[in-house]
Design a protein around this ligand. Structure first.
Ligand SMILES: Nc1nc2c(ncn2[C@@H]2O[C@H](COP(=O)(O)OP(=O)(O)OP(=O)(O)O)[C@@H](O)[C@H]2O)c(=O)[nH]1
Length: 352
C-alpha cells in the first residue's frame, strides 16, 4: 500500500494554523484528510472551533506538547489511524498534524524516520509553517520556538498581511528568507491559499534537515531538541469543579510562559466581561501570547467563541448549546508572567 502523505502544520501561538486547516477542510477538493490536533493545555477549545460537519477524522491530543510529552501518543494515534484504515473502518488519504504553537517541529518530523511502524505507513510530505505578519517579528525576537519553526519549514505561509503594516511584512519576509532560504513563502490571509501550496509538496528533504541538525536521526532525543527546556509542561489534573484552574507551566522555560484555564458552570454577564477583557488587553496585552474560550453568555442560546493574540481580540457566534447538556464556559490564557490570580478573580466577578 502506498505511504500516506502527512503534513506537519506548525507556527507560533495564534499564527493562523486552525484557520488554515478549517479552510482546507471546507474546500471541495475531494481529498480525505485525517487531522491530528495537538493543543497546549488540557482543554481542547480548537475542537469547538474546527468544522464539525465534515467527514474528516479528527484525533485530539491535548494532554501536552506533541514535540515531547505526547510524542508516544502521536505514534499511537498514527498507528491507530493506519490500522483502522487498513481494516476499512475509516477512509482517508492524507494526514495533517497541527502542532501546538510552542512545539519544535523537529522531533515531530523525526517520528517519521525513527519509528518503524510510522515509517511503514506514512511519509512526511512537508513541514508547513504559518507565520503571523503582525506579531511574527516580535515572536522571532523573543521565542526560540518561533525560530525553530521557521528553520524547519519546507513551506512558509504568511497570515494576517491584511492587517499588518506592509513595511513590517516586507521586513519580516526578508528576515525569514535569511533564516531559511530554502522554503518558499506565500501569503495566506485567513488561510486563503490553494491546497496545492499546502499538500503534496514533497518538500521534506532529509539531507537538508541533517544539514540543519546533524543529530536529527539520533535515537537520543535529548541530544538535539532540548526537550526539557522547551516542552516540559507540568500537568495538574483537577476534578473539573465549579472553578477549575489548571496550570501548564513550561517549568524549565526561562521565559516564563505558562497557561491557565478558567472553567465555570455559571453564565457570564456580557457587559462586565467585555469591560474586563478590554482592561486585561490594555494592561497585559503585550504579555498575552494567546487566549481563547468557549463562553456561555447570560441569555444566549448559542456558544460564543472568543480568541486573540496580544491586543488583537475577536469573537464569533458558535453552535447552539445542546438542550440536555449542562452549559459551561472555559477559557485558556497562555502568556508570559501573567498574574493568574488577578485574571481568575476578575473573571469570577463577571459571572451572573
Ligand atoms: N486578520 C487576520 N486574522 C487572522 C488571520 N488568520 C487567522 N486570524 C485570526 O487569528 C486568530 C488565531 O487564529 P488561529 O487559526 O486560531 O491560530 P492558531 O495558530 O491555530 O492558534 P493556536 O493553535 O492557538 O496557537 C483568530 O482570531 C483568527 O481569526 C488572517 O490572515 N488575518
Amino acid at each position: 500500500m502506498a505511504l500516506i502523505p502527512t503534513t506537519i502544520l506548525t507556527g507560533f501561538l495564534g499564527a493562523g494554523k486552525t484557520t488554515l486547516l478549517n479552510r482546507i477542510l471546507r474546500e471541495p477538493h475531494g481529498l480525505r484528510i485525517a487531522v491530528i490536533e495537538n493543543e497546549f493545555g488540557q482543554e481542547n477549545i480548537d475542537n469547538d472551533i474546527l468544522v464539525q460537519d465534515s467527514n474528516e477524522q479528527i484525533v485530539e491530543m491535548s494532554n501536552g506538547c506533541i514535540c515531547c510529552t505526547v510524542r508516544g501518543d502521536l505514534v499511537l494515534a498514527l498507528g491507530s489511524l493506519a490500522q483502522k484504515r487498513t481494516a476499512g473502518e475509516i477512509d482517508f488519504d492524507r494526514v495533517v498534524i497541527e502542532t501546538t504553537g510552542l512545539a519544535n517541529p523537529g522531533p515531530v518530523a523525526q517520528t517519521f524516520f525513527m519509528d518503524d511502524e510510522v515509517a511503514m505507513s506514512y511519509m512526511l510530505d512537508a513541514v508547513v509553517t504559518v507565520v503571523d505578519a503582525v506579531h511574527g517579528m516580535q515572536q522571532l525576537d523573543e521565542h526560540e520556538e518561533a525560530q525553530r519553526q521557521i528553520g524547519f519549514a519546507d513551506k512558509i505561509l504568511l497570515s494576517k498581511t491584511d492587517v499588518a503594516e506592509p513595511k513590517l511584512t516586507d521586513a519580516l519576509v526578508a528576515r525569514i528568507r535569511r533564516m531559511n532560504p530554502r522554503a518558499p513563502i506565500s501569503r495566506s490571509d485567513f488561510g486563503k491559499v490553494p491546497i496545492t501550496e499546502v499538500m503534496d509538496l514533497r518538500g521534506f528533504n532529509l539531507n537538508d534537515k541533517l544539514e540543519l541538525d546533524p543529530d536529527f536521526l539520533k535515537a537520543d532525543e535529548h541530544a538535539h531538541h532540548d526537550c526539557d527546556e522547551h516542552c516540559d509542561h507540568d500537568h495538574h489534573d483537577h476534578d473539573h469543579g465549579r472553578h477549575d484552574h489548571q496550570d501548564h507551566h513550561h517549568s524549565h522555560h526561562t521565559d516564563g510562559i505558562a497557561a491557565f484555564v478558567f472553567k465555570t458552570e455559571r453564565a457570564f454577564d456580557t457587559a462586565k466581561l467585555e469591560d474586563l477583557l478590554n482592561g486585561f488587553l490594555a494592561l497585559y496585552g503585550p504579555r498575552m501570547l494567546r487566549y481563547k474560550g468557549v463562553l456561555w453568555m447570560n441569555g444566549a442560546d448559542r456558544k460564543v467563541i472568543f480568541q486573540g493574540v496580544h491586543q488583537m481580540m475577536g469573537s464569533d457566534i458558535g453552535g447552539k448549546w445542546p438542550e440536555n447538556e449542562p452549559r459551561e464556559s472555559k477559557l485558556v490564557f497562555i502568556g508570559k508572567d501573567l498574574p493568574k490570580s488577578i485574571f481568575i478573580g476578575g473573571l469570577e466577578q463577571c459571572l451572573v
